[in-house]
Design a protein around this ligand. Structure first.
Ligand code: UTP
Length: 296
């Protein structure tokens, strides 16, 4: 018998404005920008599916309806492909699609912060633990970041925050954790600090955008006052929850790309293309030649 309530649902907050990617994100949500041959959000949903998640909750905003369309059947396209005998293309579409009834969409009516976006999912998640995946962050890893977190959760229960090591000189850019004693392949999380001033970080483990949270977080978010930037901050709510519930850290050892930034997005495109056998062979010499060219 399982010791802890299973993690069946995942929340994807996709209501941000994506200002770092304007003008590309004026009409197209940043989650729909393409990495090689699929939108960023598809990779993150696939990571959750691989971890055994059964229900996908998208917190969307204005201009994000295309995300809903992406995870729906496109009847005309399918009929045309079927008439033309394009089975391979039909298979690609089928693999990308969650089963009927596995998706829910709710709107964050104003971009009041990540904490507020998570709170908007409360009715759909209900009273059970849930995974939270920030769709900007692509995690390249053989087993999948969320799969490993769900496994750790099976041993620890409670709340889990994914972290990864960054150079000490960069800790001031991120939320970082206070690392406690080792537990069951993870560690006890003794605190979190948002963007610590240079030289004051308690560790070099940044919070990288994957969480498993207990539903009590919703009541805390409901009564929370706006924090930094006038937004409802998730970290503040997690710190409050940590007073009454255990929090653990998981250390991710794969590669993370922040696709909400232009550099991260380009790196992700190159890295994913290089793992694609159809592309890697021809791409490598071209990239090498490009890098040899004198700077313009
Ligand atoms: P970001 O900090 O990357 O914000 O949000 P952003 O608005 O999307 O992007 P920039 O900084 O303007 O370029 C982190 C995650 O939280 C979601 C975003 O969609 C992203 O997945 N988010 C943020 C919301 O859903 N609602 C919000 O009010 C804020």
């Amino acid at each position: 018998m399982r010791k802890y309530r299973p993690v069946r649902k995942a929340v994807f907050p996709v209501a941000g404005l994506g200002t770092r990617f304007l003008p590309a994100t004026k009409a197209v949500p940043k989650e729909m920008l393409t990495i090689v041959d699929r939108p960023v959000i598809q990779y993150v949903v696939d990571e959750a599916r691989a971890a055994g998640i059964e229900h996908f909750v998208f917190v969307t905003g204005r201009n994000k309806a295309v995300i809903e369309d992406h995870f729906d059947v496109q009847v005309e396209l399918q009929n045309t492909l079927a008439e033309r005998g394009r089975q391979e293309a039909l298979d690609i579409l089928a693999r990308a699609l969650p089963a009927p009834g596995q998706t829910s969409f709710t709107r964050q009516q104003a971009p009041l912060g990540l904490g507020h976006a998570v709170w908007c999912a409360r009715e759909i998640v209900g009273n059970e633990p849930f995974a939270l995946l920030l769709p900007d962050m692509l995690m390249q890893h053989e087993r999948g970041c969320m799969s490993e977190m769900v496994e750790l959760y099976g041993r620890t229960g409670g709340n889990i925050v994914s972290t990864e090591a960054v150079p000490w000189t960069e800790t001031h850019k991120y939320g970082v954790v206070v690392k406690g004693e080792a537990v069951e392949g993870g560690f006890r999380l003794d605190g979190m600090v948002e963007k610590p001033a240079a030289g004051t970080a308690p560790s070099n483990l940044m919070i990288n955008g994957r969480y498993i949270l207990q539903p009590e977080i919703f009541a805390i978010l409901a009564s929370q006052q706006p924090g930094a930037g006038g937004e409802i901050q998730l970290t503040d709510a997690m710190l409050a929850l940590a007073r009454s519930q255990p929090f653990y850290g998981y250390t991710f050892t794969g590669r993370t790309f922040d696709c909400g930034s232009r550099e991260g997005f380009i790196k992700a495109n190159v890295a994913y293309a290089m793992t694609n056998p159809d592309m890697a062979g021809s791409l490598r010499p071209e990239l090498e030649a490009l890098l040899r060219e004198p700077r313009r």
